[in-house]
Ligand binder design. Sequence first.
Ligand code: SIN
Length: 563
Amino acid sequence: MTPRPAPAACETGGGSGPALTQVCDFRSKTRSWEAHADLVVVGSGAAGLTAALCARELGLHVLLVTKAGIEDGNTRWAQGGVAVVLDDEHDKGDSVARHVEDTLAAGAGLCEPDAVQAILHAGPKAVSWLRSRGARFDSGAGGLLARTREGGHRAFRVIHAGGDATGAEIERALVAQSAGLPVLERHIAVDALLTPRGEVGGLVVLDPHGVPGWLRAPAVLLATGGLGQLYQATSNPEIATGDGLALALRAGAPAVDLEFVQFHPTVLYTPAARGRCPLVTEAVRGEGAVLVDGAGTSVMRGVHPLGDLAPRDVVSAAITRRMATAPGGIDDHVFLDATGISGFEGRFPTVYAACRAIGVDPTREPVPVAPAAHFACGGVLAGTDGRTAVRGLYAAGEVARTGLHGANRLASNSLVEGLVGGAAAAEAVAADTAAGVLADPRQAKDRERVVPVAERDALQRVMSRYAAIGREADGLAVAGAVLDLSVRNSPMWTHREVEDAALTLVAQALVAAAARRTESRGCHVRGDFPGRDDESWQRSQVVRLSPSGQPVLADPVPKGRAA
Ligand code: SIN
């Protein structure tokens, strides 16, 4: 192994609680430092920070690990808002029951109704907790919170902040509350420490210099977000590389519904769009904008009763079809005509600034848009309380598959899931700690690790070409073969290797699940099986790792957690 430079110091956000011991063994690939906590939270978005704050309020010593800066998660990019029925004057005529119905309809038969009920009923309390911790949402008529509407919602029930900067406000409020919380920034989680009985007892992480350390804790909560970087164009930031999902699979946890990757219908299109592309929130359509093709013809007319506000899978697929049948050959974008919205700049300042940055004035001309990878509807199988099948391992937010989203997430249901799930996971950890059912982290050990790692650019190209919207058996076979052939074995000694190993494993699992599902459902669109919602496929697929580290598929999904 190449000798590593010694770090100046291990960084924490300060505060009392977890102990950090420098072992000073920088030239060895073995652990060089160690820290202890009751709970290690990985990720600093809505779910992770909520969990960390709630767990601290419950008296646990929490250590938060995040692979970038504390504010750099995916949450801060969320625009539209938080879908929640608050039962005030505004919501007369709406109800949580209708929100549940809309969620189940969008989820195309694969939601877990109990999870949907539990999470959406807990939404108002979570929003009130967040507001009591300083989050400020936009007000509308009569001093009530303003509401907007997004795809698949039959009512205006999406609250928002800063116009279209809802995630940024939530992140700001949660970060402000986390003063004194010990935080390891720019530390990446590599693998779980496991006891001989397969329970989680902590994590191996790499510090900013790539020096490995051990975080010993009887409970680890993954709140690592999504996997948009599997694709060339995504609304997700560079950090969304599926690390938590890969770590959970390697720790023995099953993952579910991985084939359902939601493509947001409208990110801002530029010819060389790569990596994170600015989102054009669906709320723009909620307030009247329409999708048109290059000839100015409506994309959504006659496609779905909700028109431009159909669920996302329907809109993204319609745009993809329209692009493929453009006069003169395949086109790579359509347009969003928002010129009829008055006060656009004030209502959507983030979108407005992004448009102006590419020389488009959305108040005067249609905005070029295209679908891009946005959200993982599947993930680590977890209860609504975050418990997974592996004792000591919890998951919340986008990395978790609670059953809320099914085959297609309803717009703006993810921030509410992160807030509710983060709080519930903190309570579950506190309860499991009090009940004495968690493992003794001193029994947990590291393992030798050599894992397949594909070259990222090649991976993103084959995933975008063959495993995005419109998949077919032949293309998925090509993607699987390219992934298998382009890997090298690597020990994950750098942040980049950890991310690339995660992308590789998650891509392999996703391609296997997508190839096996021979129907179209939700955001899984098969060109060779266009028939939708085949009854014999109304079941989720479970992915686990074989002893040799290969993703293997099974079904049906076990109800709730197996632990
Ligand atoms: C949007 O604002 O369109 C995105 C919101 C979401 O993905 O839930």
